[in-house]
Design a protein around this ligand. Sequence first.
Ligand code: AMP
Length: 460
Amino acid sequence: MADDSFSALLISNALIANLDTLGYEKMTAIQAQGLPHVLAGKDLIAKAKTGSGKTATFGLGLLNKINPRFFGVQAMVLCPTRELADQVGKELRKLARAIPNIKVVMLCGGKPFWPQKSSLEYGAHIVVGTPGRIQDHLDKETLNLEGLKTLVLDEADRMLDMGFVEQIHKIISKTPKTRQTLLFSATYPDTIEKMSRRIQQDPITVTVESEHQSEVIEQEFYLSNKRSRHKNLLALFEHYQPKTALVFCHTKIQCNEVAQFLRDKNIQALAIHGDLEQRDRDQILLRFANHSCSVLVATDVAARGLDIKSLEAVINFELPHDPEIYVHRIGRTGRAGEKGIALSLYTDSERIRVSGIESFQNRPAIVGDLNRLKRDANFFMQSPMVTIQLDAGRKAKIRPGDILGALTGDAGLSFSQIGKIDIFDRVSYFAVARDSLPPVLDYFTEGKVKGRTVRARRIG
Ligand code: AMP
């Protein structure tokens, strides 16, 4: 077991004293496992999620190497979204308080370019930003990365999902080979491994098993008889009214049936299971992740490809036999410190599954009373966003920024109306707020992205 006190680390006393003022008493698991390697200058692959203390893992590493007297960019953190970049920037500034005059500059899209340019001219030690805007600064030669010592890719899997791969490689080609590269990712698809081989040297891998955070997940079990399961599922929706929910079923037939039942009851739900074509499955996962589908009914296997940040409720239409699968299922809610609910229906003959879960979690199950649930006959669920598919993608050199530019420029949308953008080889998808659908479709009857006319079609 690694020593979990920060004082065991080879970092300056000033940094340690500052951690004290921040109330960081001991290292989190990712810090205890990752920091010694990071401080030894090794490249790192860290499988860790937001909420694990990952920012301080790379933050302390990069700060420890900064020379405050040299006013050039010495560390860069690439993030998939502006929100994450803001969060990272805030945490780095807190950690950097220990060292006088450290400048952290944020370089994200959706913000005016020129103030960023002048901040860079004044001298920045650390830049945090999204790939599109960082590329713009490199293109305009307002950013110089020749003095870079540490490169961090945060939520690398999400950046790849969003189609940033080529851009990331282009950015990296402007950095010195001697840099230290730290790669953080919640999931490990082959694409991440491939990327690591291209940009890292002898990386050390550390994995922090996601803690189940059972204390932030409210778990309730409801005894139902077999025939009333559908009706009782509806009662759970009406009472808890989650904004997003993942409903687990055993079989594909059950998935289809439950999704249809929910749709009949005005709850917009989609079913996903192994029998669907890969393309359809990807589209459904994408629509769930970008909030243009609020309820997904899935088998365990089909839900594997799902990586979303906030999911309010996990509902077990039927409990799994294996308690470990139960814990894995409910671990999809209550992430990143948010509260989540896990609701389970079980029948009399499935009581044994509930006791298995109790002993696995070493805590008693809370059994709710279906008769006490508040019913709401007018309840309906409709996703806040809709998805538009464009018939052009990576091969047509479309980047997220191009779509964003078309939507906020000529189509007249504001940033708040635009959701996730996903770019694939030949198609792209973006989510827009339901009420902004007419102007978007209108724009694409003749509108262009990156100078070319593209066809747009609503898929959800
Ligand atoms: P992150 O995973 O980097 O987003 O961190 C999650 C939260 O944990 C942030 O609010 C940090 O300020 C906080 N944090 C990080 N490391 C520690 C620590 N060792 N002790 C207490 N809080 C921490």
